[in-house]
Design a protein around this ligand. Structure first.
Ligand SMILES: Nc1ncnc2c1ncn2[C@@H]1O[C@H](COP(=O)(O)OP(=O)(O)O)[C@@H](O)[C@H]1O
Ligand SMILES: [Mg+2]
Length: 460
């Protein structure tokens, strides 16, 4: 094809969402969806590969066309901006995010240009009930029987916000257990895209290469970026399950056990405030570096031995134990589950949950949560975060905050009364509603309401 030649290609710049056929439940779903996959909107034309992009994958290039380049900039956090930039550079160079195989939805390990994993990205549209979740059964469940599947107490498809909001709560309370998580936009050919998006991207790229003047009029070349949560990857951690089993047979030295208890209490505080409905022992991580004695041998090498509990701690490399609370996407419900047994906090069965909250935790949390202004600030910050979602609904958000205030009320009381985490989760669920009055924002009145009778078990 020579540059002067005209081609009969009708370029459609509308989004894929606009074009996707309406689908109904039942067998029609499958046939309609698969026929959408089969529709060929582009003529079968083969193009020469780009000459000017060795090693650079154009299809995945983030935001050509100069749109939205500020989205992944965090002026308050240059370190995080730099990290996301690293991820973008890696993607440009063909080092793509890799789907996490054990994950229940579309979650990806994101790498830097050296191929090292630096983050976990969860796109909104690949969430368990997202439009493009690769696991079709979940999608079918939602479509065919929404009342029986999923968590009806949660706003669907806002898991990425819940992830970022959990970090926000963590940071406000200085818990330091949630790896930094913020909302970003990324694009990668390894993400799940409908075929139509891929075809459009290929076509635009081809036009751009053959007819740069026409191509310049496109808003974007390449696949559409996905919005999602980006969480820092923490190294040296294992699923909590792994260590909890080990601790059963090899109990922690007593100092470590106390340290672990304090970390554990922070996890309880976080989960209770955000009313996490998905805290299994596979959704938090533990890093444990057992104490080792560092001794120089006669030939000059360093030998590490695991230190017994009785050893003088000054002569050993300090042991460390840390918890990371990951996978916080199913939290911030807008109503309480009918029974806490429906979505229990699995940590409630651990021996650590029977121990009353420590003085350290009380001193960290009570001055903050006991202050109404602090709680209002927290709600305001969450509002700023949540309102960015296209489906944001103010009244549902207020209900989410009413549940959270109720949780905070119970937690504060439990801490004052010297209760244990087990006793905390047995307290009756309460919501604290903000009045609808016309008062200036800092002077709301609140109404406390207890959850109605709890059935033994319900979906939500
Ligand atoms: N921030 C992180 N740092 C290190 N490993 C992580 C992190 N987030 C997730 N992982 C690993 O990836 C696995 C799946 O992540 P998870 O957030 O639980 O995804 P899903 O929502 O798909 O269940 C986890 O079990 C853990 O091993
Ligand atoms: Mg998980």
């Amino acid at each position: 094809m020579s540059p002067g030649e005209t081609v009969g290609i009708l370029v459609d710049t509308s989004s894929a969402e606009d074009r996707e056929p309406e689908v109904n439940c039942t067998a029609a779903v499958v046939s309609t969806a698969s026929s959408a996959e089969d529709i060929s909107l582009v003529p079968q034309v083969s193009f020469e590969p780009a000459l000017d992009s060795p090693g650079i994958n154009r299809e995945s290039q983030p935001l050509l066309g100069g749109l939205d380049v500020s989205y992944n900039q965090f002026p308050d956090d240059p370190g995080f901006s730099e990290l996301v930039w690293q991820a973008e550079v890696a993607i440009d160079n063909g080092i793509f995010p890799e789907r996490i195989s054990q994950g229940s939805s579309g979650s990806y390990f994101v790498k830097n240009p050296q191929g090292k994993i630096i983050g976990v990205f969860k796109p909104k549209d690949e969430e368990p009930y997202g439009r493009l979740n690769p696991k079709w059964t979940k999608w079918m469940h939602k479509l065919c029987c929404p009342c029986c599947f999923g968590r009806s107490c949660l706003i669907p498809n806002q898991g990425y916000l819940s992830e970022a909001a959990a970090y926000l709560v963590d940071a406000k309370l200085n818990l330091q257990i949630v790896p930094k998580t913020r909302v970003v936009k990324l694009v990668s050919e390894t993400f799940h895209y409908p075929r139509i998006d891929r075809q459009k991207a290929r076509m635009k790229r081809a036009i751009m290469e053959q007819f740069p003047n026409v191509g310049l009029r496109f808003n974007r070349i390449g696949l559409p970026p996905k919005v999602g949560s980006f969480q820092l990857f923490v190294e040296g951690y294992q699923d909590a399950d792994y260590w909890l089993r080990r601790f059963e047979v090899e109990p922690l030295p007593s100092r470590m056990s106390q340290k672990f208890q304090l970390q554990f209490e922070r996890l309880v505080v976080l989960d209770y405030i955000i009313r996490n409905t998905d805290r299994g022992n596979d959704n938090w991580l533990i890093k444990y570096d057992p104490p080792v004695i560092v001794t120089a041998t006669s030939n000059g090498t360093i030998q590490n031995e695991t230190a017994p509990d009785t050893v003088d701690w000054n002569v050993v490399q300090l042991p460390e134990i840390k918890i990371a609370a990951i996978d916080n996407g199913l939290a911030f419900p807008y109503k309480h589950p009918d029974s806490w047994r429906a979505y229990p906090y699995h940590w409630a069965w651990l021996p650590q949950a029977k121990v009353p909250f420590s003085r350290e935790t009380r001193e960290l949390i009570l001055p903050l949560l006991g202050d109404m202004n602090f709680v209002q600030d927290l709600c305001d910050d969450l509002h700023i975060l949540f309102k960015h979602d296209k489906g944001f609904d103010k009244s549902l958000f207020e209900r989410q905050m009413s549940v959270m205030r109720g949780q905070i009320l119970n937690l504060t009381q439990a801490l004052k009364d010297g209760k244990s985490p087990v006793q905390l989760v047995q307290m009756p669920a309460v919501v604290v509603e903000k009045s609808q009055g016309q008062q200036p924002s800092r002077f709301f009145s609140f109404t406390q309401r207890f959850q109605d009778k709890s059935p033994i078990f319900s979906w939500c």
